[in-house]
Design a protein around this ligand. Structure first.
Ligand code: ADP
Ligand code: MG
Length: 567
């Protein structure tokens, strides 16, 4: 080995390693899943790069992953003949955390093993999970297409430093040798390793092979000495899951595949698998997670589907195929309609992309509609992603009605903060003569619930939606009607209760207003320029006065958002 160099891990990596080793102890088998997943990614990348340059295969185009162990040396080796890494790749990928949100990630760790295990999977710090079972890790790698002399060996005990050296390496791709800890000897075992490959990697298209020692037998069936040969056996199913017919795929397989594509350890809430032929030709497998990713509300958070063109992996996080308000959906899209050398830039210009996006959006909304039949599951969904879906009516006017059916609200009917009432529920309970769907927007559920604007509604038994999410005013600006009924903010403009109000009440109202004209005048003078108008109202039954915004005025929430944005 030449040019050996010792380097320090970034501070965060040290912290993370430490944490991972302690918090993931009871989930330590995941190291294999992570290494196989990296090997499969590396094979995908080589297949893609080789589309333009066949020579990158170096006459070895049968992509594969191999797992071996050595009981005496107490090692497990995971090898792939994928894209491989050069010196810079190794240093930046295995010495720093590639993704940007590391600090946040560390903040989110709870100390609870199961939760932290989930987070770590999501963050794609997969490689480091090697150190849960190994006290030393050696990586040997060479980038496909590079000179044999440009192999790299990386070594570390996971304690703050690593070394990088140049080596001669004939094979391209990467080999990872785990020197197992004493208490992790169980993994240097055929049976154990096979079980884990089937459990985690059945659906991966790249074959995962393990060696099998075969001994020739003589005519009497006795082993012939010195005849041992190693044959490689494929252990996993090795077909892309989405290509298989639906009827052949078990729920457990769907769930395992979800965990692979979404980097999640928890089961998804539901999924939808579709093959479409005709004008558009694609297969999609979309999932609704049960947990929110840490970056759900971040501008550059990971979103979108894993894109394949004719089974060839093209890119992760292809965000052009789903609207923002469905950004929680994870999954795979495999299509014949795009060319293999499509790039992110080209995706933005291709009209077929919009067509597929339209189709996937419908699939997504239908999947949610089905999920809504199970109240409990849907509530989990809503509590996790409801405020994202509320962005929908503003973003996607064409599907406004469909999205409106999926919305859930807190209302004065239940008077609890749980958002579990649909607009259809509301409409069904509307009073005779009521023409509008009433709502109020406030900063908190309690502020909404105890608003004086509700007094008259409570008295008359008219239900009001209680809105207090940050996105709610934006939502109500775009949600104009539902089932032929328009929406009315109870804190804005003239209060019109429709036919719920009877003639006599109206008369009494007008008389009161007349008799208080003098008072109104005085109040108006006292308040001067800070108000536009002072009126006698039927809104209140207990409180003496309240502030009302004009009909088309920006609401309090929007004002605050605009102010915060410096407007
Ligand atoms: P992730 O896979 O989510 O990016 P990992 O910690 O598992 O995170 O891997 C970090 C990076 O190291 C990968 O993105 C990849 O660039 C590189 N890497 C890891 N394993 C391999 C491999 N077997 N072949 C090529 N590159 C690899
Ligand atoms: Mg990985």
């Amino acid at each position: 080995a030449t040019h050996e160099e010792t380097l320090g891990f970034q501070t965060e990596v040290k912290q993370l390693l430490n944490l991972m080793i302690h918090s993931l102890y009871s989930n330590r088998e995941i190291f294999l899943r992570e290494l196989i997943s990296n090997g499969a990614d590396a094979c995908d990348k080589l297949r893609y790069a080789a589309l333009d340059n066949d020579a990158l295969y170096e006459n070895d185009s049968k992509l594969r992953i191999e797992i071996e162990h050595d009981r005496d040396a107490n090692t497990v080796t995971v090898r792939d003949n994928g894209i491989g890494m050069n010196r810079d790749d190794v240093i930046s990928n295995l010495g720093t955390i590639a993704r940007s949100g590391t600090a946040e990630f560390l903040q989110q760790l709870s100390g609870e093993q199961q939760k932290d295990a989930n987070l770590i999977g999501q963050f794609g710090v997969g490689f480091y999970s090697s150190f849960i079972v190994a006290d030393e890790v050696t990586v040997r790698t060479r980038k496909a297409g590079s000179d044999h002399a440009e192999g790299i060996e990386w070594r570390s005990k996971g304690e703050g430093e690593f070394t990088v050296a140049q080596i001669e390496r004939e094979a391209h791709g990467t080999e990872i040798i785990l020197h197992l800890k004493e208490d992790a000897r169980e993994f240097a075992d055929d049976y154990r390793l096979q079980g884990l490959v089937r459990k985690y990697s059945d659906h991966i298209e790249v074959p995962v092979r393990m060696p099998k020692l075969e001994t020739a037998k003589d005519d009497e069936g006795n082993p012939i000495e010195g005849s041992e040969v190693v044959t490689w056996e494929t252990v996993n199913e090795a077909t892309a899951l989405w290509v298989r017919p639906k009827s052949d795929i078990s729920d457990d397989e769907y769930k395992a595949f979800y965990k692979h594509v979404a980097h999640d350890f928890t089961d998804p809430l539901t999924w939808s698998h579709n093959k479409v032929e005709g004008k558009l030709e694609y297969t999609s497998l979309l999932y609704v997670p049960s947990r929110a990713p840490f970056d759900l509300y971040e501008r550059d958070g990971a979103r979108g589907v894993k894109l394949y063109v004719q089974r060839v992996f093209i890119m992760d996080d292809a965000e052009q195929f789903l609207p923002l308000y469905l950004r929680f959906i994870k999954g795979v899209l495999d299509t014949r309609d795009l060319s293999l050398n499509v790039s992110r830039e080209l995706l933005q210009q291709d009209p077929k992309v919009d067509k597929i996006k339209g189709a996937l959006t419908k699939r997504g909304l239908d999947m949610l509609k089905k999920l809504a039949k199970d109240k409990e599951q849907y509530q989990t969904f809503w509590n996790t992603f409801g405020s994202v879906l509320k962005e929908g009516p503003g973003e996607d006017a064409a599907n406004r009605e469909k999205i409106a059916e999926l919305l859930r609200f807190a209302t004065t009917h239940t008077d609890t903060a749980i958002q579990n009432q649909s607009l259809a529920d509301y409409v069904e309970r509307m009073k005779e003569g009521q023409q509008k769907i009433y709502y109020i927007v406030a900063d908190s559920f309690n502020a909404a619930k105890s608003s004086p604007h509700l007094e008259i509604f409570r008295k008359k038994g008219i239900e009001v939606l209680l809105l207090s999410d940050r996105v709610d005013e934006w939502l109500m600006n775009h949600l104009t009607d539902f089932d032929g009924k328009s929406f009315a903010d109870v804190a804005k403009g003239e209060l019109d209760l429709g036919d719920v109000e009877d003639e006599e009440e109206k008369k009494a109202q007008e008389e009161t207003a007349k008799s208080k004209e003098e008072l109104v005048k005085q109040v108006k003078e006292a308040l001067g320029a800070s108000v536009q108008e002072v009126k006698v109202t039927n809104r209140l039954t207990d409180s003496p006065a309240c502030v009302v915004l004009p009909e088309h005025e920006m609401g309090f929430q929007m004002r605050r958002i605009m102010e915060a944005a410096g407007q």
